[in-house]
Structure formats: structure tokens, C-alpha cells
Design a protein around this ligand. Structure first.
Ligand SMILES: Cc1cc2nc3c(=O)[nH]c(=O)nc-3n(C[C@H](O)[C@H](O)[C@H](O)COP(=O)(O)OP(=O)(O)OC[C@H]3O[C@@H](n4cnc5c(N)ncnc54)[C@H](O)[C@@H]3O)c2cc1C
Length: 189
């Protein structure tokens, strides 16, 4: 599996290079490989509601911006939406998810922005830090919890960051003619 954050039209080439790397360095052998791909979505929405229609999980943009963790956000927001619907108060949903999730979503965007600026070397440092922690305590959940938790300095930094956030998502219009990347294939279809 490989993730792309940019340059989506060259996804086939990057996938081939990733597979070649693991074949060379980790002796990866794949049986009956099948190509599959898709897009992920994260954002901090102003609202996750259209009238009485409540959006949860990735449809609302709830996902960790650095690593793409979205399962817990999906389950928690699903639970919160169900409670709002059962309580006959769909209008409360935005306030409820905001209180529970927005701090984590902001923290994730700040984390991502930091590692974007630090580049590959910064990311390598982060992986070394995780490796070091895991050697001391094999249960990595505490590290992850501390790393992804909302913090005051992240909340203060977020408004500065938000102004610079631009979507890297390719245009939703028809794909580039002749392009076979995942995004364009879906558009052509
Ligand atoms: C390769 C990969 C690895 C990942 N690894 C992790 C991980 O390790 N940890 C983690 O936390 N997250 C991970 N994620 C992210 C996580 O899987 C998603 O964020 C999470 O599953 C989102 O849940 P969801 O319910 O919002 O959406 P989905 O899981 O996408 O569920 C949406 C469902 O709705 C269905 N659907 C869509 N449109 C319609 C329609 N019109 N009618 C009926 N049904 C429809 C879809 O078929 C799908 O089954 C990973 C994602 C990918 C792609």
C-alpha cells in the first residue's frame, strides 16, 4: 500500500517504485496482486449537517490529517449523530461533535503541517522517536495518545495555519484526458 499527498496523476509510477523498493529490501513476494486505489478526505468542516442529514466519519472530513486514521472518528461521530437523531435534536450535532472532535482534528492538522515543513528528515526523526519509545514501552498507545491529543499551543497555532490551508484535491471536473491515475479513472467512468 502506498499513500500519495501530491502529484496524484503519477500514482501508477509511485506504486511501482514502492513495490520495487520492498521487493529489493524486504524480499516482498506478492501472489495474485490486484491494483486498487481510492481517495481519502480530511477537513475541519464548519458544519457536518445539511438540514436533518448528519454526516459522520470521512464523509464529514473527520480523519487524522497526518496519518489518515479515521476509524475512531467514524465510530465516535456515528455514535454522536445517532444520539442527536434519537434525541430528536439533529441541530445539536454540530455543537456536540465540535466539542468532542474538533480539538483532535485541529491537533492533527498542526502535526501534519509541522512534518510537512520538516520534510523527509523531520519525518525520519519522528519515526526514530516512535521507535525509541516502543523499545522502552512496547504499548505505543500512550505515545500516540499524547501525540494526537489537543494541546494549548496547537490550538493557538491553528488559526495561523488555517489561513494557509489549501485543498490539494484535484478538481472534481472530468479527469485529465488519457490519464490513468485513480482519480481520473473514476472521473472517466
Ligand atoms: C488503505 C487504508 C488504510 C487505513 N488504515 C487505517 C488505520 O490503520 N487506522 C484508522 O483509524 N484508519 C485507517 N484508515 C482510514 C479509515 O479506514 C477510514 O477513515 C474509515 O474507515 C472511515 O469510515 P467511514 O465509515 O467514514 O467510511 P467508510 O469506511 O468508507 O464507509 C463508507 C461506506 O459507505 C458505503 N457507501 C458509499 N456511498 C454509498 C451509497 N451511496 N449508498 C450506500 N452505501 C454507500 C461505502 O461502500 C462504504 O462501505 C485507512 C484507510 C485506508 C484506505
Amino acid at each position: 500500500m502506498s499513500w500519495l499527498y501530491d502529484d496524484f496523476h503519477r500514482d501508477r509510477e509511485y506504486l511501482e517504485r514502492t513495490v520495487a523498493f520492498f521487493q529489493r529490501h524486504a524480499r516482498l513476494v506478492m501472489h495474485d496482486p490486484r491494483r486498487t486505489g481510492g481517495g481519502a478526505n480530511f477537513l475541519l468542516p464548519r458544519s457536518a449537517r445539511r438540514g436533518d442529514l448528519l454526516f459522520t466519519g470521512e464523509a464529514a472530513g473527520f480523519q487524522d490529517a497526518l496519518w489518515g486514521f479515521g476509524m475512531r472518528f467514524a465510530m465516535v461521530s456515528g455514535y454522536l449523530a445517532a444520539r442527536a437523531v434519537l434525541g430528536n435534536a439533529p441541530a445539536d450535532y454540530d455543537r456536540i461533535w465540535g466539542r468532542r472532535l474538533s480539538g483532535h482534528l485541529r491537533a492533527a492538522m498542526v502535526n501534519r503541517s509541522i512534518y510537512r515543513h520538516l520534510g523527509n528528515r523531520g519525518y525520519a526523526r519522528l519515526l526514530q522517536e516512535i521507535d525509541h519509545f516502543m523499545r522502552l514501552r512496547p504499548d505505543g498507545r500512550r505515545w500516540l495518545q499524547a501525540y494526537t491529543a489537543p494541546k494549548l499551543w496547537k490550538s493557538l497555532y491553528f488559526p495561523l495555519l488555517r489561513r494557509k490551508l489549501i485543498s490539494r484535491r484535484p478538481s472534481p471536473d472530468a479527469g485529465k484526458p488519457g490519464c490513468d491515475c485513480t482519480w481520473c479513472r473514476c472521473r472517466h467512468a
